[in-house]
Design a protein around this ligand. Structure first.
Ligand code: R5P
Length: 303
């Protein structure tokens, strides 16, 4: 049987090539561009008939990416691909997982249902599962695999940080902070956060006294506006802790997020490469490739 064929959506070429190398798969080429009126044009230049197609597209700022992704997936299917799956190192639309105010849409579930109509399977890294504990609960009806960044983040901490204490900014972060701390054989603290608006966050004063001789390593799944990291950093600075390291699994960095974080306090900022960004230090293509192999072989355990 022919090996799978990997295609990159624009901006995902380096990650897609790394996945193709790991999978020993073919690397297909496609033209994806806009017509002058803003509509999307797609053309597959590699024959996909009877091939397992692996699309690679990270989904921060998703609304501009989703139509090209859907068009490419549909074209591949139309041209005879035996299956069409997606590696989305960052999966969008995971945060509006409940109706916070009357009349709001629960967009995480709508997006899951929509993607399930277009794709045969999905592989992603630590999606922001909060009130839903699985992607199936979040509307996905196709096979999915969730890759955890914790082992790679823990390896990075072990080889770069002396005497770390891991700090999670809020209870939502506890799941990955605890996992990373265990793997890095380091202690951890989890703070309390109250979000007062999109760009307004308050974090409780942590009891950090006993960790004064440690290097604080803040770990969060997403760094977006950076307000969560900045508030947490402020408390560490007030408590006279050593300069911190901020680790984000998904470096979304919306708007002025990076600048605000850089200006908040002297801190090293590090991220996984789920979204291309100058802070990328922790590569995840090889663990994602393992998950792709498993899903293609029909192993859907731990989805
Ligand atoms: C919370 O829901 C997430 O785990 C992150 O803490 C949050 O997305 C960070 O957002 P921001 O950088 O905008 O404070």
């Amino acid at each position: 049987m022919n090996p799978p064929l990997v295609f990159a959506l624009p901006g995902n070429e380096a990650f897609a090539e790394a996945i193709a190398r790991e999978l020993k798969a073919g690397f297909g080429t496609a033209v994806v561009r806009r017509f002058p009126d803003g509509e999307t044009y797609v053309r597959l230049e590699t024959d996909v008939s009877e091939r397992e197609v692996v699309l690679v597209c990270t989904l921060h700022q998703p609304d501009d990416k989703v139509i090209p992704l859907v068009m490419l997936a549909e074209a591949a299917r139309d041209l005879g691909a035996s299956s069409v799956g997606l590696v989305a190192p960052y999966l969008a639309y995971m945060r509006q997982d409940k109706r916070f105010h009357s009349g709001e849409g629960i967009t995480s579930v709508y997006f899951g249902r929509f993607m399930s109509r277009v794709l045969d399977w999905l592989v992603t890294v630590d999606p922001h599962l909060h009130r839903h504990s699985t992607l199936a609960e979040s509307g996905y009806t196709i096979p999915t695999r969730v890759v955890h960044a914790a082992p790679a983040v823990a390896d990075w901490i072990r080889s770069h940080v002396e005497n770390p204490v891991l700090v999670g900014p809020d209870s939502e972060s506890e799941q990955w902070v605890e996992a990373v701390a265990k793997l890095a054989c380091a202690p951890h603290l989890v703070l309390e956060k109250i979000r007062r608006g999109d760009r307004e966050v308050e974090v409780s004063v942590p009891n950090v006294e006993e960790f004064k001789d440690h290097t604080p390593v803040l770990v969060d799944d997403i760094i977006s506006t950076s307000r969560t990291m900045v508030e947490t950093l402020r408390h560490l600075v007030d408590a006279d802790m050593a300069p911190a390291i901020c680790v984000g699994i998904h470096p979304v960095f919306s708007g002025d997020g990076l600048r605000v974080l850089e200006q908040a306090a002297p801190a090293l900022i590090v991220s996984c490469d789920t979204i291309p960004h100058p802070t990328n230090e922790i590569p995840l293509a090889s663990v994602l490739a393992v998950a792709v192999t498993e899903v293609l072989s029909g192993d859907q355990t731990a989805g």
